[in-house]
Design a protein around this ligand. Structure first.
Ligand code: HEM
Length: 416
């Protein structure tokens, strides 16, 4: 059946959380990029930057600071009345390299890069194939001809891959979904959302407690996994502290699966919506790498990337003031007609090495090789093993989140 349509015209303005913009943010982002490329949003009390050249330059500019947790902690959580659980949770986030500027960022990134090498990623390949097939076998065994590609496949796949890479025993992996969902509220929720904060803080406490015990066990008995590599990662003078190993473990678990789930979901969706592109891919598997890059450009998981102004900066005739928040939008930049011909067309043969779906500059995604590997195994395998894959009577459902773009549900049918 063809895709059920919930399609309506985009809202005007900058309400990216309007249900229509959640379903399809691109018309709204295109209007901003064309008419107000450095836009002050009263709604979000933040700037939105949408042109490719501006987003790319800002991501490399140290005046657009990544250190956005510690100012919040100092302002809200250092007082005597602050909730200790929340302070502890934000303390873990503060140890994430993605929220740090040099020199702290440089130090953490260097140490993590020693442990999380392209070789370590490549070694996961056979296991990713195996896990992919196990999950698809389970879907086929149910013989219902129905699948929610996110819940039944992409989410458990990417969660298991990251957890196994780190060295989390299989039996414990189910608990991660709940922790990770709750922490998502802390990282992606509004900073003033008290309910989400409390749940996120509790989830973070349980996860760090769990990982703390796992780190201690790995300290006693090193294994051939990333957690052991993190514990022993050092250069001539330096290594990660116990707390930094835990925080980095949480970061990897968190950064690794939600985003990659989104990439797999968006990839399968884009190929189902564009049968001619799918036919090209079926005919020439050599196009796979380009297809994954095109999904990252066309409908990638990084909708916006946040920064805090460290100084006043002139950009596009506007003055961004020190302390203001800025959302840099890879999702808008990746469809900038100044850089990509026919930017709204999904074209897997396009040469688009410049897409910003993994960011750029100092914070360029460290997990990009793993994400590419997982997507390039999972997407074709789903299409190959679930015959007649097609939409069913329920529209794809997107998560209402400002920072990321991802399907919460992708209900599909296939011939059992
Ligand atoms: C399709 C999947 C993914 C997407 C779209 C994605 C996107 C991004 C983006 C846009 C950034 C830059 C953030 C910024 O500049 O503030 C980033 C950073 C990062 N990503 Fe990913 N990511 C993905 C998968 C992964 C995976 C699988 C891992 C690891 C298991 C990972 C680990 C990281 C880490 C550690 C950073 C921080 C790097 C730094 O601050 O230097 N990511 N990612």
């Amino acid at each position: 059946m063809s895709e059920p349509s919930g399609t309506v015209s985009a809202p005007s303005g900058d309400d990216l959380l309007d249900p229509r913009a959640v379903a399809d943010p691109y018309p709204l982002l295109a209007a901003l990029r064309e008419h107000d490329p450095v836009h002050w949003s009263a709604r979000y009390r933040s700037w939105f930057v949408t042109r490719f050249d501006d987003v790319s330059a800002a991501l490399r500019d140290p005046r657009f600071s990544s250190d956005r947790i510690s100012p919040y902690r100092r302002a809200r959580l250092d007082g005597p009345d602050a909730d200790p659980a929340l302070r502890a949770a934000f303390g873990v986030l503060e140890d994430w390299m993605v929220f740090k500027d040099p020199p702290d960022h440089t130090r953490l990134r260097k140490l993590l890069s020693r442990a999380f090498t392209p070789r370590a990623v490549e070694r996961t390949r056979p296991r990713v194939v195996e896990l992919t097939d196990e999950l698809l076998d389970a879907v086929l065994r149910r013989a219902t001809g129905r699948v929610d590609l996110i819940r039944d496949f992409a989410y458990p796949l990417t969660a298991s891959v990251t957890a196994e890479l780190l060295g989390v025993p299989r039996a414990d992996q189910d608990r991660f979904k709940d922790w990770s969902d709750r922490i998502t509220g802390l990282v992606f929720g509004g900073l003033t959302d008290a309910g989400r904060h409390a749940a996120g803080a509790a989830g973070m406490a349980e996860l760090t407690d769990y990982l703390g015990r796992l780190v201690e066990q790995h300290e006693r008995e090193p294994a051939d996994d990333l957690l052991s590599a993190l514990i022993s990662a050092r250069d001539d003078r330096d290594s990660l502290s116990h707390d930094e190993v835990i925080a980095t473990g949480v970061l990897l678990l968190f950064a690794g699966h939600e985003t990659t789930t989104n990439l797999i979901g968006s990839g399968v969706l884009a190929l189902l919506r564009h049968p001619a592109q799918r036919a090209l891919l079926d005919a020439d598997p050599g196009l796979l790498g380009g297809a994954v890059e095109e999904v990252l450009r066309f409908d990638g998981p990084a909708k916006t990337v946040a920064r805090l102004m460290a100084e006043d900066v002139e950009l596009g005739g506007r003055r961004l003031l020190r302390g203001q928040r800025v959302f840099l939008c890879p999702s808008a930049a990746n469809r900038d007609p100044a850089v990509f011909a026919e930017p709204d067309a999904f074209d897997i043969t396009r040469r688009n090495g410049r897409q910003l779906g993994f960011g750029v500059g100092l914070h360029y995604c460290l997990g990009a090789p793993l994400a590419r590997l997982e997507a390039s195994i999972a997407i074709p395998r789903v299409l190959e093993r679930l015959p007649g894959l097609r939409f069913r009577d329920e529209a794809p459902h997107w998560a209402p989140v400002l920072l990321s773009r991802g399907l919460e549900r992708l209900p599909l049918r296939f011939d059992p």
